[in-house]
Design a protein around this ligand. Structure first.
Ligand SMILES: CCCCCCCCCCCCC[C@H](O)CC(=O)SCCNC(=O)CCNC(=O)[C@H](O)C(C)(C)COP(=O)(O)OP(=O)(O)OC[C@H]1O[C@@H](n2cnc3c(N)ncnc32)[C@H](O)[C@@H]1OP(=O)(O)O
Length: 258
């Protein structure tokens, strides 16, 4: 068994961490890779100063090929459930993290690999990116959040088309339908870091409140969503973020946010 870490992380700029998956041959999301992603999230939580996390791949042609089918072929139902829980836990931790996450995809992101990318706040695709949820070809459904997150990004009809046909969506179509947010001409990590650079100057608490409020719009009736929005806005006044942003504007100086 190789002791080469399958997940590494580096800090490329203040507040920005780049997490790289490298599990030969296809970044199948087996236990070693899931454990590595949990460890990277643990490290970011312990650091306490992460504003943006980029998640990418060192595997040529692959972001992540999905759940580890070979592993699934060897386990019983109970282990299958535990495996699914561990995969969903990575996605749920990312979706609720105290930072903005960006999936930098320039290869195949299939099944659980696309579910991982969709659990991130934003997605940047390179020209070689192809994204899909082919689980029906295995007699499965996208069981790590894909049936919930894909329709929120691309709408019901397109989500059904993608999941029912198991097809791979190329980068340009993914941008057009909202499955990815930006296209990088070549170096997808460079593109993700440019996006990170557009994020880090603003208030992270305010950005996280925007993410929570947008997500709430899919989970509650409109009037409750308006009330939740007002509650989030009030919290930003109470924790001083808004006061600092407004004072900085008036004083014509850069804000010093939390
Ligand atoms: C029983 C009660 C349980 C109750 C339910 C409980 C809930 C369970 C929830 C589980 C969580 C679900 C999570 C997720 O939604 C499920 C999935 O992700 S399923 C997997 C989805 N992914 C795929 O289907 C992709 C499969 N791979 C391919 O189609 C092709 O490999 C490819 C990616 C298109 C590449 O094709 P090629 O270029 O031709 O290359 P190869 O096919 O030769 O592959 C190269 C090499 O990589 C290995 N590999 C590729 N994908 C995987 C994979 N997903 N898992 C493991 N290994 C993979 C492939 O075997 C080759 O390896 P080699 O043979 O060379 O050693």
């Amino acid at each position: 068994m190789s002791d080469t870490p399958v997940v590494t992380w580096t800090t490329d700029a203040p507040g920005v961490v780049v997490v790289t998956m490298d599990r030969p041959p296809a970044n199948a999301l087996g236990i070693p890779l899931l454990d590595g992603l949990h460890a990277a999230i643990d490290a970011a939580e312990q650091a306490g100063d992460v504003k943006v996390m980029v998640i990418t791949s060192a595997r040529e042609g692959f972001f992540a090929a999905g759940a580890d089918i070979k592993h699934m072929s060897t386990i019983d139902a109970a282990s299958f459930l535990a495996y699914g829980d561990r995969m969903r836990a990575v996605n749920d931790r990312l979706a609720a993290a105290g930072w903005i996450s960006i999936a930098a995809v320039d290869g195949l992101a299939l099944g659980g690999g696309l579910e991982l990318a969709m659990a991130c706040t934003l997605r940047v695709a390179g020209p070689r990116a192809k994204l899909g949820l082919p689980e029906v070809r295995l007699g499965l459904i996208p069981g790590a959040g894909g049936t919930q997150r894909l329709p929120q990004l691309v709408g019901r009809g397109r989500a059904l088309d993608i999941m029912l046909t198991a097809r791979q969506v190329p980068a340009d179509e993914a941008l057009r339908i909202g499955l990815v947010d930006r296209l990088a001409e070549d170096d997808v990590v460079k593109g993700a870091l440019e996006l990170a650079g557009d994020l880090v100057g603003s208030s992270l608490p305010a950005q996280l409140a925007v993410v929570r409020t947008v997500d709430a719009a899919f989970a509650m009736p409109l009037e409750e969503g308006f009330a939740f929005e007002a509650q989030q806005e009030q919290g930003l006044f109470e924790d001083g973020e808004a006061a600092e942003g407004i004072a900085a504007f008036v004083a014509k100086r850069p804000p010093s946010f939390a």
